[in-house]
Write a protein that binds this ligand. Structure first.
Ligand code: PRT
Length: 107
């Protein structure tokens, strides 16, 4: 996995010991899951708008905001990027159509 994702995950864990006035991440935890999910919704919308505009710098910036807030959500839920990467690795090489067909029988 990309080092920066794990390094960021480590920082997000450490922020669980801090107070809202010490850290933006700690302030997100303090506001709770609904607030974190609202931020993900906002950042997803901003990413979509950036892509519609075709503005590459903005797409990168907004996608980073989106990934960051998803990382905070994962940490809040006791999860981390490694679990998501492992799921992508599991899917690697498996056709999307094939995966969809398998899902239909197991979910
Ligand atoms: N990667 C990020 C990161 N990306 C985006 N953001 C913040 O996410 C917020 C999103 O911006 P918006 O414009 O939506 O929101 P806002 O009005 O500032 O925020 P809200 O009050 O609406 O939540 C901004 O305040 C950004 O600074 C981040 N804040 C922190 N990190 C990482 O998290 C680490 C820990 O941060 P602290 O907890 O602040 O020390 C940092 O060292 C970084 O590595």
């Amino acid at each position: 996995m990309n080092d920066v994702l794990q390094q960021l995950a480590d920082v997000l864990e450490q922020r669980k010991q801090q107070t809202a006035d010490q850290s933006y991440v700690a302030s997100l935890y303090a506001k709770g899951l609904d607030h974190i999910l609202k931020k993900i919704g906002e950042e997803a919308t901003e990413t979509v708008l950036a892509a519609k505009d075709g503005d590459k710098d903005k797409i990168i910036y907004e996608t980073a905001d989106l990934w960051f807030h998803c990382m905070v959500m994962l940490a809040d839920q006791g999860l981390g990027p490694q679990q998501v990467i492992s799921e992508l690795q599991r899917r690697f090489g498996l056709s999307g159509l094939e995966e969809k067909a398998r899902r239909g029988s197991s979910h």
